[in-house]
Design a protein around this ligand. Structure first.
Ligand SMILES: [Zn+2]
Length: 316
């Protein structure tokens, strides 16, 4: 039976229910100074709203060094009764200051960090070296990041480490694309390192709502996550509904996942911001159901993410 590693242990993929495929339960990054969110009670309150909106699983795509709190992540999972799939990996290089160890570590260390998070348990202090301190809570997906229109030399090394960890553990790889760019390049680089596009989730593709590009990426086998839902500064949600309809007409909805990726304190209801992490289930899913019907909703919230997240037991 295909299994997904959650922070509270392995779960059958089919038990994940409705999946919000890109969120951050805690986050701190120099890219968004003053917009960090690290409070456990507020995280639990936010995720209770997500649960009330009809989601059963949240994929937390926070990579190494950006405020991961594995012990508290498990607490929030228990408090909200949501499955949480946590990430390990390295974001695009802008998220790491010049002195950060991830920019200077050798290739073996970069890989060991990921394998420890995936096999032993995520480091309790999120690899704030020198002393490793594994928590009992494992990561279940690898997160990588590409820059705008390019993958820089640091990111290339982190892609290599992430691909090696994916090959050795069978978990999927999620890639941050900057405004939806460099998506083919990300698939090429992972493929070169032995991870086929079918194991890759491309994030923020809806920032570049180009249906022909999306169908090309899907034709290679990739999964896309439309994950700026509710963030109207980027475009109205009707554009995402149109995109989903195009993918449905092409028979490719099985490659589309959804999320909101509210990566700022000012976007979270628990901090008196908006639209709130529950905007997907609360506002968008009813619109999608009216437009394409309940079966389409099941495909993007259940079938697509469950297939992607299920660990491959045979080596890639
Ligand atoms: Zn994100």
């Amino acid at each position: 039976m295909p299994v997904v590693e959650t922070v509270l242990g392995p779960v059958a993929a089919a038990e994940l229910g409705e999946v919000d495929a890109h969120e951050h339960v805690f986050l701190r990054t120099p890219v968004n100074p003053g917009d960090e969110f690290l409070d456990t009670d507020k995280a639990a309150a936010e995720l209770l709203r997500v649960a009330a909106s009809g989601m059963r699983t949240v994929v937390d795509l926070t990579p190494v060094g950006l405020g991961r709190r594995p012990i508290q992540l498990a607490e929030v999972s228990r408090a909200s009764a949501l499955h949480i799939v946590a990430a390990t990996g390295y974001h695009r290089s802008a998220h790491y200051p010049a002195a950060h160890w991830a920019r200077h570590a050798d290739d073996a260390t970069l890989l060991d960090v990921l394998l420890d998070d995936l096999r032993v348990g995520m480091d309790s202090h999120d690899w704030d070296f020198p002393r490793p301190d594994p928590s009992p809570h494992k990561a279940g997906i690898i997160k990588l990041g590409a820059s705008y229109h390019r993958i820089d030399p640091h990111e290339e090394r982190w892609f290599a480490a992430g691909a090696a960890a994916a090959r050795q553990t069978g978990v999927a790889v999620a890639v941050h694309t900057e405004v939806g760019t460099a998506a083919h390049a990300a698939l090429d680089l992972l493929d070169k390192h032995g991870v086929p596009p079918g194991r890759v989730l491309l994030a923020h593709t809806d920032r570049n709502p180009d249906p022909e590009l999306h169908l090309d990426l899907i034709a290679r086998g990739a999964h896309l996550v439309y994950d700026t839902i509710g963030r109207i500064k980027y475009r109205p949600d009707s554009v995402v509904l149109d995109l989903i309809e195009r993918m449905a007409e092409a028979g490719e909805l099985g490659h589309v996942c959804l999320g909101t990726d509210v990566g700022r304190r000012s976007s979270l209801s628990a901090y008196s911001g908006g639209p709130g992490m529950d905007v997907l289930g609360r506002d968008f899913v009813p619109r999608l159901r009216r437009r394409l019907g309940a079966a389409a909703v099941d495909t993007v919230l259940r079938d697509a993410p469950q297939a992607l997240l299920a660990k491959r037991t045979s080596a890639l």
